[in-house]
Design a protein around this ligand. Sequence first.
Ligand code: ASP
Length: 413
Amino acid sequence: MKLWTKIFIGLVLGVLAGLIFQEKAVMIKPLGTLFINAIKMLIVPLIFSSLIVGMTSMQDTKQLGRIGIKTIIIYLCTTAVAVSIGLLVSNFIQPGAGMHIDLNHQFAVKQAPQFVDTLVNIVPKNPIEALSSGKMLQIIVFAICIGIAINITGKKAAPAKQFAESIAEIMYTLTAIVMKAAPYGVFALMAYVVGQYGMQTLLPLAKVILAVYIGAILQIVFVYGMGITVVGKLNPIRFFKGILDAQMVAFTTTSSSGTLPATIKCTHENLGVSKNVSSFVLPLGATINMDGTAIYQGVCAVFVAQACGIELTMANYITLILASTLASIGTAGVPGAGLIMLSVTLSSIGLPMEGIAIIAGIDRVLDMARTTVNVTGDAMVSVLVGKSEKEFDESCYYSDKLTTTVLPANESA
Ligand code: ASP
């Protein structure tokens, strides 16, 4: 049986278990946490080593610059489209109509980081601390610097380069092993979520959930489907099939960083993107490209405005598109991060922060949809960038067997 089939069965059985056992299903949460921990264990060494390998095997610095610029531009464009979809869908569904937010609600809003701080902090003053606390953007910057330095040093740095290659290989093998446990982890996580957030919690805000899910589906099917078809000139069905494992891991773990090992595995083994490109584009995407989060921010802003009876002007909408795009860039790829960043979006047009408290109750369910979009967006961009840089193996993309074994690094293109 293919891995995604097993994961899917785990997902369905998990939902059933949650419905049947209700709160008792929460008991199984530790099994899910175990799976998340196992995946998290991979992230730092995997990203660090594979980024260095990516940097050192791309001797051509021009190519590197090109890939960086292309990646960031596509990321920004898809995110702006995503917010707009969120705003449109929520204007259509009217999630907040007829609700009355109690403005006296007490809720301590966690301070969202300032944009300038985020920028300044991308250079780690203590790289070991960055590695040990898993600060993704800092790790990326440090790995890029090391990679460049290895290239410049030349012969004397050869052992370091080999060492990184060896570690990367080992991490790919370990990823394959951990992914074998995914069906069980996914089962446990689904049972826990459904058990904890039964129908009662979800019903009052059903329209918000509906709007976010519709926005997510539109983004995945139309924006990414079109991107793959029109820009990449590839069959989109193949793309969606190839990325399914990662989508299911994203849906259940609600962490794009946590899903990274699965995303790298899928894009390389099923979609034929070279490790050089995927090991650069994907970690960056898991940190800054959050289209699902952007959709969610748009929907929530409109929801809060409607619930408070505030009419939004065209200028408000434009501010929202900018603020949500920035907020989504600043959102870390970890569970619930988008909720904290919602304060940036709401405050950009003076909406009450209390809205966050109301959304908080159903945030997990929304996080599942937005993380799935986030991860799919990263994968799409890696395919587009890979194809345009000829770092892409079309026969692998169209090959029927979805591999569950690990290919050696750099074996592609
Ligand atoms: N959980 C999301 C992710 O990891 C971020 C968010 O909370 O919006 O992609």
